[in-house]
Design a protein around this ligand. Structure first.
Ligand code: GLU
Length: 419
């Protein structure tokens, strides 16, 4: 019996069962390692611009407290529910443990389409949500960050509201803040730059040069757009991009600065071009060297996985590949090099960790220090995943998850069960 239901939570559970079998975890440890420690649901009423009142549902799931505070983003999206948030919290745990960060995983969210709110309404909702969460979060308890539908501005409102209640400025309560409000250099770009860095390692490993490679990016939000730019800087040709409104494909290469200008002005890719338009499903199936799903969960399924014609699948999103699709990818291991989500997009939470450390110490680093530490940690993690995959003859995903799950299990074993 569990309150966590739905396809995304099922997916996290299925993945965990496979890993638990692989590392031969005893049955009586499994529930303790997998099920979230705490879940909070809050109702957030706000005044609308037309004078009415709307109540939005908000959630926060804290997966485990064994290694330190919990850490993870806050998502504002129509699809948010407790099962999705719980799955994302579980994945954050494996991701933090894999990168060696002293955190458990958490995730939160509000069921809302943020684009349907005015900026005043968005501020009211952000402030009400964090205010409702005050008893459950803290710089040493649970530290939030951006995720889909939230950004630096929302983090600044979270930090300000929390600080007003404390009577002092507590920058360490959230990460992903603007630099002007105690954030770190390089956080906004961290996830996308991390994806590009790891793609560089993968290209190297399979003997492809960036200058002769092409990339298709699905999702043109913070992660997708920064990944596209960072890869383009390395000489990779961007031949396809999409978001929830449009998909474009051009084998000769797309003009990234034009695309960015369009998005900055219109808010999405919609209306950029009619000639370059392509069906979203067909975009994913085009031949390319690197495919980056950087939007939502469960986009690579048993139905479309056989159509993929990429050499590297770099998972910028959390949970983009279903376990059924993963089985097929596993059979295509020699053809497609998978950078699994908990490795591929770890740059975000790694630089969040740097931001938290800088905030606690009130000692701030230059951007090149942030970047070189980010690359160092990603390289170490990448090498560990490759070594484990070679040693156990398992997929990169199984290797990455096994390392993450084992570290959480080992910490729980060592600390023991109280009382
Ligand atoms: N939301 C991001 C993720 O899924 C970042 C989390 C964080 O920085 O704490 O990894």
């Amino acid at each position: 019996m569990t309150i966590y239901t739905g396809p995304v939570f099922e997916m996290a559970r299925r993945q965990f069962d496979q890993i638990a079998n692989h590392i031969e975890m005893p049955d009586d440890e499994r529930e303790r390692v997998f099920y979230p420690k705490r879940a909070v649901t809050v109702s957030c009423p706000i005044h609308r611009d037309d004078g009415s009142v709307t109540v939005f549902q908000g959630y926060r799931v804290q997966h485990h407290l064994t290694l330190g505070p919990t850490k993870g983003g806050t998502r504002f999206a129509k699809t948010v529910d407790i099962g999705e948030v719980a799955a994302l919290a579980v994945w954050m745990s494996w991701k933090c443990a894999l990168a060696g960060l002293p955190y458990g995983g958490a995730k939160g969210g509000i069921t809302v389409d943020p684009r349907a709110l005015s900026s005043r309404e968005l501020e009211a909702l952000s402030r009400r949500y964090i205010q409702e969460m005050i008893p459950f979060v803290g710089p040493h308890t649970d530290v939030m960050a951006p995720d889909m539908g939230t950004d630096e501005q929302v983090m600044a409102w979270f930090m300000d509201t929390y600080s007003m209640y404390q009577g002092r400025t507590v920058t360490e309560i959230v990460t992903g803040k603007p630099v002007s409000a105690g954030g770190t250099e390089g956080r906004r770009e961290a996830t996308g730059r991390g994806v590009a860095h790891l793609v560089g390692r993968a290209l190297d490993r399979i003997g492809l040069s960036p200058q002769r490679s092409t990339v298709i990016v699905q999702g043109f939000g913070n992660v997708g757009s920064v990944t596209a730019c960072a890869l383009a800087e390395r000489g990779v040709k961007v031949i396809g991009v999409s978001d929830h409104t449009a998909s474009y494909y051009s084998p000769g290469g797309l003009d990234l600065s034009e695309l960015q200008r369009h998005v900055a002005c219109k808010g999405s890719l919609h209306g950029f071009s009619s000639e370059l338009s392509i069906e979203p499903e067909d975009l994913m199936a085009q031949r390319c060297d690197i495919l980056v799903p950087a939007a939502v969960e469960r986009v690579i399924t048993h139905e479309n996985v056989s159509r993929l014609r990429c050499r590297i699948l770099a998972e910028g999103a959390n949970g983009p590949t279903t376990p059924e699709a993963d089985e097929i990818l596993d059979q295509r291991r020699d053809e497609i090099f998978v950078l699994p989500d908990i490795l591929c997009n770890a740059g975000g939470v790694i630089v969040s960790y740097f931001e938290w450390v800088q905030g606690l110490q009130q000692l701030f680093w230059a951007e090149n220090e942030v970047l070189s530490r980010l690359h160092g940690l990603l390289d170490r993690t990448f090498d560990q995943v490759m070594a484990r995959s070679d040693r156990d003859r398992v997929s990169h995903r199984t290797a990455a998850l096994a390392i993450g799950v084992e570290r959480v299990r080992d910490a729980k074993r060592t600390r023991g069960l109280f009382p």
